[in-house]
Design a protein around this ligand. Sequence first.
Ligand SMILES: [Zn+2]
Length: 184
Amino acid sequence: MHTNDPSSGIPPRLLHRPTVGGLVVPYTTLAMPDGRWRFGAIDYARQTTAFTEKLCQTCGTGLGNRIVFAMRDTDLAELTSHEPGMHPECAAYSASACPMLAGRMSHHQHTPTAAHLAALDLAFHGDPTTESRLGQPAQRWSLAWASSYRPYMHPRTKQLAALILPEQLLRVRPITATSGEAAS
Ligand SMILES: [Zn+2]
């Protein structure tokens, strides 16, 4: 029985990406020296390229005028995403793959929060503000749709981030860690 085969849900845009256990390895995922992928860890060179060249963090190809960002409430208040954007279908795939990733990751990660974040496939380790919050109550996350953004150096993190102008923000929808509701 392969009714839950995760590879069956991979959108065409992601078919060129490598997979591990049937799950797509995002473009910004760090490759370890031995060639294995480290889910949840970020390749900063690729993340920088994604921000500045407006590439999707999941498939690594150019974004259009419908860009999805995963943002906390505090990010929304600043209209800032600390992760590169995604194509809508790539964001939907990442969200729908979440429960399966969560099950797999729990066997390999020692930090529940890290496993949880990695399972969301939202590249949380790329957010330098995350470390200090590990172990604290999780903030609410939303998916935000934007028509474009401007890469800038965030004044607090001193890291590249995406600034969404108010007129570029199209839609915001809360997500929870346990649902795959983003796949619509
Ligand atoms: Zn994409």
